[in-house]
Design a binder for this molecule. Structure first.
Ligand SMILES: *[C@@H]1O[C@H](CO)[C@@H](O)[C@H](O)[C@H]1NC(C)=O
Ligand SMILES: *[C@@H]1O[C@H](CO)[C@@H](O)[C@H](O)[C@H]1NC(C)=O
Ligand SMILES: *[C@@H]1O[C@H](CO)[C@@H](O)[C@H](O)[C@H]1NC(C)=O
Ligand SMILES: *[C@@H]1O[C@H](CO)[C@@H](O)[C@H](O)[C@H]1NC(C)=O
Ligand SMILES: *[C@@H]1O[C@H](CO)[C@@H](O)[C@H](O)[C@H]1NC(C)=O
Length: 455
């Protein structure tokens, strides 16, 4: 192991303390400073002795108990600001994630948690912005020392400003909120300027992701904000062709479905598991879609489905909202997932999680986590122009390979990958995000401290 340069370590340690102080907008800084440093010294000494005695009982790093690990992690930053000669305790390696570390900015609450006063903010289909933040805060991958981070997560919730008129999220303020967050972090911390944002991670879970607009033509005209163009955006929007709203390093993530809702629906499922609905869709199906600057909702695909199959007894099509719709998915063999304004749909996740074969009707869609979910094995894809042949296509599959698809769909790893948990689980959606980031380590400009090897 190479001994890190002591001078830089001291500066870094000092910086950590300095930044925290900067963050606390205290008027009486000097007094606070003094109290803080005294506390840090006292606290780190006691933690040091406590973890030292714990660690000496566990000689091998692989047998470190969870408590020991989190203690030594929590105390690491504190150690280093005081005692420059203590070497770090080795962290358990998480091979699949390349041992990456993520620093989560502690932004003022107006950028994020203030929005949670509306309960919907953490449950609606765009709530992956909240879920990923929550999971990272609880995760071992998070580091409190930005100098050892590979990636920097900027927690801004842009989709939680619900319009009082129609109840839909108003994202008109999104660009302003994001750029104000970037101004803040780039002036208070050195990391944004160092990499020009290329190791910084944002979530854009709205229709056209980092273009921050619901209507595709406006989204395209606006494009990805200049300020985000060098960063990494986690977005629900993804297509396989060139599109202005993905002209940024991005990871396609699933829309948010509360895992509890899926679990409680499954718990209520009938014991026989019978699926008595052949093809299911519930959602907006305009009979005469409005022409919005030459664009029609769902490119009129949903209208075609309604026209052709509205009276077909094999199809269970409903145009109105119903809170118990998940139990309908559970009763269905095929669940239609046609595009809306954007190609993606929360139905993709709900169908998979509830064992209904998703029928994807959205040309060119790029689906989330292709390395974990083998979409062609668990779903059907029907071209938008073939939507009037849907009945025949589904009958054919039901007569041939339906049971193979259903078997693939039963693999618990598949639905696990599409659901976000408050406490990250191996293989879940946040874990998949981290895995995707771990494959982008070349973008990280971190000057990470030399690592302590596991041996
Ligand atoms: C600093 O760490 C060294 C080595 O672990 C230890 O011997 C020394 O007592 C520590 N000093 C303080 C001030 O904690
Ligand atoms: C919410 O969105 C509306 C419309 O985009 C905007 O006028 C308003 O300022 C936003 N509210 C906040 C608190 O940002
Ligand atoms: C980062 O760059 C901006 C623009 O050049 C500057 O205003 C800001 O002070 C810099 N931040 C730091 C921490 O040096
Ligand atoms: C839709 O509206 C645009 C003008 O906004 C018009 O040019 C176009 O012909 C209309 N398309 C249809 C199919 O009505
Ligand atoms: C099932 O059959 C359909 C239509 O013949 C085909 O497109 C699809 O790839 C098949 N899926 C699997 C998993 O075998």
């Amino acid at each position: 192991m190479v001994e890190p340069n002591k001078q830089t370590r001291r500066n870094r340690g000092f910086y950590v303390v300095k930044m925290r102080i900067l963050h606390r907008r205290q008027s009486d800084r000097a007094a606070f400073c003094y109290r803080y440093l005294k506390w840090v010294l006292w606290f780190s000494l006691s933690l040091y002795f406590l973890s030292y005695s714990l660690i000496s009982h566990h000689k091998s790093p692989t047998s470190l108990s969870k408590t020991t690990v989190s203690l030594s992690k929590a105390s690491r930053a504190l150690f280093e600001s005081n005692n420059k000669t203590i070497s770090r305790q080795p962290r358990p390696r998480q091979g699949l994630l390349n041992d990456i570390r993520v620093y989560v900015y502690d932004l003022p609450s107006k950028y994020n948690t203030d929005w949670l006063s509306n309960e919907r903010c953490r449950n609606h289909l765009f709530a992956s912005e909240v879920a990923i933040h929550t999971a990272l805060m609880n995760s071992d991958v998070r580091t409190e020392d930005p100098f050892e981070a590979d990636f920097f997560f900027v927690p801004v919730y842009v989709s939680c400003n619900f319009s009082t008129v129609n109840g839909f999220p108003a994202i008109g303020h999104a660009r302003g909120l994001v750029s104000s967050a970037v101004e803040l972090i780039s002036s208070e911390y050195p990391f944004w300027n160092r990499s020009r944002g290329s190791d910084h991670v944002f979530v854009a879970s709205h229709d056209f992701g980092s273009c921050f607009h619901t209507m595709e033509d406006v989204a395209i005209a606006d494009g990805v904000p200049e300020i985000l163009k060098k960063s990494i955006v986690l977005q629900t929007f993804g297509v396989k062709y060139q599109h202005p709203c993905q002209e940024v390093e991005n990871v396609v993530i699933p829309p948010y479905i509360p895992p509890e809702s899926v679990r409680s629906t499954l718990a209520k499922s009938p014991a026989n598991g019978r699926r008595d609905i052949f093809a299911f869709f519930r959602g907006k199906m305009e009979v005469h879609p409005k022409n919005v600057s030459g664009r029609f909702y769902s490119k009129r695909v949903r209208t075609a489905i309604w026209e052709k199959y509205g009276a077909d007894r094999r199809f269970y099509l409903k145009r109105h909202r119903f809170p118990g719709y998940q139990s309908e998915i559970l009763r269905s063999v095929f669940c239609l997932c046609p595009l809306g304004w954007a190609p993606w749909s929360p139905r993709l996740v709900e169908s998979v999680a509830l064992g209904c074969v998703p029928v994807i009707i959205a040309d060119g869609i790029r689906l989330p986590f292709a390395s974990a979910v083998n979409w062609p094995d668990i779903s059907l894809t029907v071209a938008e122009r073939d939507v009037r042949k849907l009945g025949r296509v589904l009958e054919h599959v039901a007569a041939t390979n339906l049971s193979a698809i259903q078997r693939n769909l039963m693999d618990p790893a598949v639905s696990r990958a599409l659901l976000f948990n408050d406490h990250m689980q191996e293989g879940d959606a946040t874990w998949q995000v981290l895995r995707a980031l771990s494959e982008k380590l070349d973008r990280s400009h971190s000057h990470r401290r030399p690592r302590v090897s596991d041996e």
